[in-house]
Design a protein around this ligand. Structure first.
Ligand code: SF4
Length: 306
């Protein structure tokens, strides 16, 4: 049975309004200038630390290879500089596969107690960046959603560091069909390998299922060598116009909150329940919602008011 593949922001959005997540599935993403500006700022921050190489993606194998390559480059940069940005992660929670990109991973020092003595230990920290149109700090509800998102990234990177993420998870997430492929068959397209400037006589070295599998193994080994994760996650809220920080959240990964939240969220994806709307106490959120006109909860209210 194939697993459902979800992104951390989709799951976290269920904590804002699950009905809106459901409507996005039906009607697609509605782009707003605020979202576009946010994407632009994230890209600029990525380009501050890494170079972008444009490649020609034609097959699931190409997509898998380019992401595994990006993880490797990110891990190497982290090892050298103690910081990387836009690091892809893959992990599993129960039957769901999680695929996402962490905004920033940085090395920090934390005080630990060993044999009754305080010692400094190197740790890896997950940092999430949120851009805001307003200079006001985020609402409590926004912070809950963002904290959940940060915890999903934490869980994902922790799974990679602790060898819980397996090679098979990568084949599945990127839709590489192992049944139809043999180990020596090329799974990377000619266009992709040409865009990476791999000489034709080396395509069999780089482009087969076996060689991409070896690359995944190399990357997973490298990820497992990272300093263990700090339980503290950081979220920085940045004003879109001035790029000033308007708010910062530092909080700890909460296993109980995370596991309960994930189980609740996945019940919807498993079809065990209908999507939940915001309810009366939070119906102010509807005023900012792109799906207002198509939302069944709003239609119901209109009918009741007739
Ligand atoms: S209009 Fe309100 S209830 Fe409907 S999807 Fe948007 S936020 Fe959720």
């Amino acid at each position: 049975m194939s697993s459902i593949i979800l992104g951390p922001s989709t799951i976290a959005s269920q904590f804002w309004c699950e009905m809106a997540v459901d409507l996005r599935r039906k009607y697609g993403e509605i782009s707003t200038p605020e979202k576009e500006k946010g994407t632009e700022i994230h890209k600029d921050r990525f380009l501050e630390v890494l170079e972008e190489i444009v490649v020609d993606i034609k097959t699931p194998g190409d997509k898998l290879h380019s992401n595994v390559h990006n993880i490797l480059v990110g891990l190497e940069l982290y090892k050298k500089e103690g910081l990387t940005r836009e690091l892809p992660i893959v992990s599993k929670f129960n039957s769901a596969l999680i695929m996402g990109i962490i905004d920033e991973v940085k090395e920090i020092e934390e005080i630990e107690i060993h044999n009754n003595k305080q010692v400094k230990a190197k740790k890896t920290q997950v940092v999430e960046m949120k851009t805001r149109k307003s200079l006001n700090p985020p609402s409590a509800q926004q912070i809950i959603r963002d904290k959940m998102q940060g915890m999903i990234y934490w869980y994902g990177l922790n799974s990679m560091i602790n060898k819980k993420t397996e090679m098979g998870d990568f084949w599945q997430v990127y839709g590489v069909d192992l049944i139809e492929n043999d180990f020596n068959e090329l799974i990377l397209s000619e266009e992709y390998m040409k865009s990476l400037e791999i000489p034709q006589n080396q395509w069999n070295t780089y482009g087969t299922l076996l060689s991409v599998g070896n690359l995944i193994n190399k990357m997973l080994k490298k990820a497992s060598e990272l300093p263990s994760l700090s339980k503290t996650i950081e979220i920085n809220y940045i004003h879109q116009k001035t790029l000033h920080e308007v708010h910062k959240e530092r909080y700890r990964f909460d296993e109980r909150f995370f596991s309960r939240g994930m189980k609740w969220a996945l019940e919807y994806w498993a079809g065990k329940r209908e999507p939940v709307s915001v309810g009366d106490a939070n119906n102010w959120k509807c005023n900012f919602c792109s799906y207002y006109t198509v939302c069944p909860s709003i239609h119901k209210k209109w009918k009741e008011g007739e």
